[in-house]
Design a binder for this molecule. Structure first.
Ligand SMILES: [Zn+2]
Length: 70
């Protein structure tokens, strides 16, 4: 059996607040991303992750802690 890991990045438009997702291609700080709903030109300012919570899943979860780096 083969197992694959997928990274799924979620974006929220600064203007219309709609959400969309992109798989596997990691956003870069300062990258320009156009909203698929309203066309607004957004700039990636930071990437929130819960990787520390996932690594320590027996002690905590992403549901009861803030994203990494906050
Ligand atoms: Zn938008």
């Amino acid at each position: 059996m083969k197992v694959s890991l997928e990274f799924l990045y979620h974006f929220r438009c600064d203007r219309c607040t709609q959400w969309w997702s992109r798989a596997d291609i990691e956003p870069q700080l300062g990258e320009i991303v156009y909203c698929p709903y309203c066309g607004h030109e957004n700039t990636v300012e930071g990437i929130q992750t819960f990787r520390d919570a996932a690594r320590n899943a027996t002690k905590s979860s992403c549901l009861d802690r803030k994203p990494d780096g906050e």
